[in-house]
Design a binder for this molecule. Structure first.
Ligand code: HEM
Ligand code: SF4
Ligand code: SF4
Length: 500
């Protein structure tokens, strides 16, 4: 997708945002149709027919848009779920977004299926009766609900008032749950890039013109519908009810939902590294960690010791995904500090900043050759261990934004190395959401803690690479080393200048 659309417009980087986008398209198109919709057994079908045929140029297009955007919502939701699952982003602190996501699936299907009933055509009749029979299997109703639907006479206008009320209120719950879903995420991406939004809207409009959504003939409770065209995004459960018993379908639906809900707590081979910890005596209450944490896991509270600062940072362990970005933001994570085992304001217990300095110095100390390079990378991106050589030292971090800018200055200072190469997840696809963005801004001196002016920019290169980009990463490193070589060759020693 990157090859076709570029990282900026790759829909896979915006699946959650596209979910929001399609939701809004559904709400706006739905509001238009609702203005002309009439509630009642005799009124609903003709009113939908009026919207579709008499007003085909607007009402018809809106109806089709409403349907196709709802289908697209399911599609991006399923892809979003699969992507988060495949990337392992559902465990630990992420359980909250995951479980609220599972609840969203239920609500979105409830709203979609309910929407089909509003048309009151043969498809509505088929899915209503099938749903009611399916629910009758549950031992919650004293009298089977299906009795109310078996004849045209028993079916009353109250039913239509109920379903049209539900079709407005369930999306309100969805909106509320969407807000809850991203509550623990800072700077959530809820809007896709404009190009993607416009392109997809145009695609939906073209689809609406080429294949307008039509009803399937008025419902008639005296005749069982025989041939029905089905929307496989929402209504696949009904053909399943034709081949399986209601109990079996309940077992499948409840079983699958429960499995999804407990997934974050099932045993895993991946070890969760310990969460960030604040060292109060080293914290000045500057708030940089709060600003950079992608998961709202650090908060500030009034100082609890007698130091002269107003506030102190506190980590909420249940929200922390152990990315280390906060440690990279903290001004006290500074390798120029003189103590060997210095402690920074906020630290990752598995990889303290003093340990990071020792590891970096140790690997740099073995380097040989004219062009020595220190590579910093990310555990979730291309495996930089493969770049290690006689003249290349490597250090991989939980997220590249765990690297304080001062470490780059430190590596270059006193000629430990000729250049520093920074890599991490592809742009727009940072595993910890904001790491690549913050790193880019810190290096461009647009965000604290910024890379200071004294660090020579020609000696620093950024290149973002996923595990599939190892070849390109190696080539970029070589080109960087070549540029460093020519940089140093072109440099005239100071005494030569003086003689001239
Ligand atoms: C249509 C429904 C949904 C919408 C609109 C939606 C939207 C979003 C958005 C906007 C984000 C933040 C993305 C970012 O800024 O990085 C997000 C995160 C997340 N979503 Fe959804 N979501 C939906 C359904 C689901 C479902 C069904 C699941 C899984 C069961 C799920 C699991 C997650 C997880 C685990 C995250 C956190 C990712 C992270 O921590 O990096 N979502 N969602
Ligand atoms: S490691 Fe730090 S930045 Fe990352 S989630 Fe935890 S508190 Fe936030
Ligand atoms: S960045 Fe460091 S010094 Fe600043 S509030 Fe956070 S822990 Fe304290």
């Amino acid at each position: 997708m990157n090859k076709i659309f570029g990282a900026d417009l790759n829909p896979f980087y915006y699946l959650g945002a596209l979910g929001f986008y399609f939701f809004w398209v559904v709400v706006i198109s739905g509001a238009y149709i609702y203005a002309f919709y009439k509630t009642g057994i005799e009124l609903s079908y003709p009113s939908v027919e009026y919207i579709t045929n008499e007003q085909w140029y607007l009402g018809g297009v809106m109806r089709s848009l409403h349907r196709y955007a709802s289908d697209a919502l399911v599609m991006v939701m399923v892809l979003h779920l699969l992507r988060e699952y495949i990337l392992g982003r559902y465990r630990g602190a992420r359980w909250f977004a995951w479980v609220t996501g599972v609840l969203l699936i239920w609500l979105i299907f409830a709203a979609g299926i309910n929407g089909y009933w509003m048309v009151w055509d043969k498809l509505a009749q088929y899915s209503t009766v099938a749903t009611v029979e399916w629910f009758d299997w549950l031992p919650i109703f004293s009298e089977p609900m299906s009795r109310s639907f078996l004849t045209q006479d028993v079916l009353n206008d109250r039913f239509f008032s109920l379903i049209s009320f539900a079709h407005v209120t369930v999306p309100l719950f969805i909106l509320f749950l969407l807000w809850v879903h991203i509550m623990r995420i800072s700077h959530p991406v809820v809007n896709p890039r404009r190009g993607l939004a416009v392109g997809l809207l145009l695609a939906l409009l073209v689809l609406s013109m080429v294949a307008p959504v039509l009803s399937q003939g008025p419902a008639d409770m005296t005749i069982e519908p025989r041939t029905i065209r089905i929307d496989w995004f929402y209504l696949y459960i009904f053909p399943l009810l034709d081949i399986w018993s209601a109990g079996q379908v309940w077992a499948l639906v409840i079983g699958a939902s429960l499995l999804l809900v407990v997934l974050p707590w099932l045993p895993s081979r991946v070890n969760q590294i310990p969460v960030a910890e604040v060292s109060l005596k080293d914290c000045s209450g500057c708030r940089l960690c709060v600003a950079d944490c992608p998961y709202e896991a650090v908060v500030m509270r009034s100082r609890s010791d007698d130091m002269h600062f107003h506030e102190e940072a506190v980590v909420i362990p249940d929200r922390c995904v152990s990315c280390g970005i906060c440690a990279g933001a903290c001004p006290s994570s500074n390798p120029f500090r003189s103590e060997e085992n210095y402690v920074s304001g906020i630290e990752m217990p598995s990889l303290p900043m003093s340990g990071l300095r020792t590891a970096m110095m140790k690997d740099m100390a073995r380097l040989k050759g004219e062009v020595r390079v220190m590579v910093f990378g990310c555990d979730n991106a291309a495996n930089i261990e493969k770049l290690r050589s006689e003249s290349v030292a490597v250090l991989s971090l939980p997220c590249i934004a765990m690297l304080p800018s001062s470490f780059i200055e430190y590596a270059l200072h006193a000629h430990h190395v000729e250049g520093v190469f920074i890599t991490g997840c592809r742009e727009g696809d940072c595993y910890h959401r904001l790491g690549v963005l913050w790193t880019g801004k810190r290096l461009a001196a647009e965000r604290e803690p910024r890379l200071r002016g004294r660090a020579e920019r020609q000696r620093i290169r950024q290149f973002w690479a996923a595990s599939a980009d190892l070849k390109e990463l190696g080539a970029e490193l070589e080109s960087f080393r070549a540029s460093l070589l020519s940089l140093d060759k072109g440099r005239v020693p100071a005494e030569t200048v003086a003689l001239k």
